[in-house]
Design a protein around this ligand. Structure first.
Ligand code: NIG
Ligand code: FE
Length: 420
């Protein structure tokens, strides 16, 4: 064994996220049953974790002059956060719509009037690639401060060939220019652009299948579609996902956000890696998804979205877990329904409004979030062989994580073995 290059030692608790099944996301009782090591360490060689255990078992023979020792006395050490659903790349903001919402207008009313997503589309189309990249890098820096070490980034504010390809390109370039790993998703089927207003959703989807998707092979692992009133109806969303699946893309869906249209079940039937939002998903449908997908489709819950849209209904996270559906939590960072990058706040609101326990919520922003973007082989838990993405928090126990509402508990961020 090579000498350790980094040892994070004397942690009050190491939240390993280890101990569950290795071939699928954590579900049911496993979600909250992973191992916590009291008074532990994490040892790394280069960009990989090589050993995790109690301090009493730390092998001093592997510690030499080249070993960096990071002291975590009295603190929690856990995997880097995995942010599995963001709309990272866009221009402008929608603070004006925030005020309209406060006066009582709804998200879908604003969209139907040509605002909402379409207003961000106008700003994004008008921006240069350099401006979009600068924005994305700015937001990634913010995420990194919150301890996010891997992040999914959707396109979806171009809705024409050139701009959509530009948004995926910018996401990839942003991933290269700073340490947070970026996983791009193609959300060309976000809403129908003005150019296809008369031709309709099916014609627009045919256009992106024909003209855009073939250029994204190897550039984006996933496609996504917004299945909702005012966006894409169930039949068109199904057709799009079926065709994209045939082309080799992984599948995701925005569904059951504002209505129950059956989008989550449909996508899970097609083998979707994740179904996202789920505020209107019933526990009965959640149970069917868990069974039908054999616990492989992850429900990505986005608790800051109903909060920000002034919606009473939050996803029934507790019931989903009890029905065996794997869940993850994310911010959904975007300029319309959640301008927050604070995944810790999402975690707390997931506990408060969706009924997750602190340990379940931690699993939902780490290992299960990694499963939701097919990265669990590489991140999401502290286990030998995974990338050395590790956080030292300014709290002493897992129970404190959701407790300090809205605070950023991160003291140190380690990405790929580098202390940033
Ligand atoms: O996940 N619901 C659809 N899309 C985004 C919001 C995009 C926007 O409003 O700009 C979401 O909430
Ligand atoms: Fe979203």
């Amino acid at each position: 064994m090579l000498p350790y290059t980094l040892v994070i030692q004397h942690a009050a608790q190491v939240l390993t996220l280890a101990g569950g099944p290795t071939d699928r996301p954590l579900a049911g009782p496993d979600l909250g049953n992973w191992t916590v090591i009291e008074h532990g360490y994490v040892a790394c060689v280069g960009d990989k974790i090589v050993s995790v255990g109690p301090m009493a078992e730390l092998n001093l023979a592997h510690i030499g002059p080249e070993t960096r020792l990071l002291d975590a006395s009295g603190r929690v050490v856990m995997p880097g956060l995995v942010e599995c659903h963001t709309h990272l790349v866009f221009a402008g903001n929608r603070a004006d719509e925030f005020e309209r919402k406060l006066r009582g207008e709804s998200y879908l009313e604003i969209l139907a009037g040509g605002g909402g997503i379409l207003s961000t589309v106008r700003a994004t189309r008008a921006a240069t690639e350099a401006e979009l990249l600068a924005n994305a890098l700015h937001h990634l820096e913010g995420f990194r401060r919150y301890g996010v070490t891997t992040l999914e980034a959707k396109s979806g504010y171009g809705l024409d060939r050139d701009t959509e390809l530009r948004l995926v390109r910018v996401a990839r370039e942003a991933g290269r220019q700073q340490p947070v790993r970026v996983v791009p998703t193609f959300l060309g089927a976000h809403v129908v652009p003005p150019e296809f207003k008369d031709a309709g959703p099916r014609a627009y989807v045919d256009f992106i299948l024909r003209e855009v998707l073939s250029d994204l092979k190897g550039e984006a692992a996933f496609v996504d579609v917004f299945c909702e009133e005012g966006a894409f109806p169930l039949a068109v969303a199904r057709y799009f996902l079926e065709q994209a699946h045939k082309m080799g893309f992984g599948l995701k869906i925005h569904a059951e956000q504002l209505h129950d249209l059956g989008g989550c079940e449909m996508a899970a039937e097609l083998g979707a890696t994740s179904v996202d939002h789920c505020d209107y998903l019933t526990p009965e449908a959640a149970a069917r998804i868990a069974q039908q997908s054999q616990g492989r489709t992850v429900a990505v819950l986005l608790p800051l979205v109903p909060l920000f849209l002034r919606q009473e209904k939050f996803a029934a996270g507790r019931a989903f877990i009890d029905e065996g559906l794997p869940v993850a939590l994310s911010t959904d960072f975007n300029p319309g329904s959640c301008p927050s990058k604070n995944l810790w706040l999402a975690l707390s609101v997931g506990c408060l409004k969706m009924g997750l326990t602190p340990k379940e919520a931690v699993a939902a922003v780490t290992l299960n979030a990694a499963w939701a973007i097919a990265q669990a082989h590489d991140c999401g838990s502290l286990e030998p062989g995974k990338r050395a993405d590790v956080l030292v928090l300014n709290v002493g126990s897992v129970a404190e994580i959701p407790y300090w509402l809205g605070e950023n508990p991160v003291r140190d961020v380690v990405i790929g073995g580098n202390v940033l």
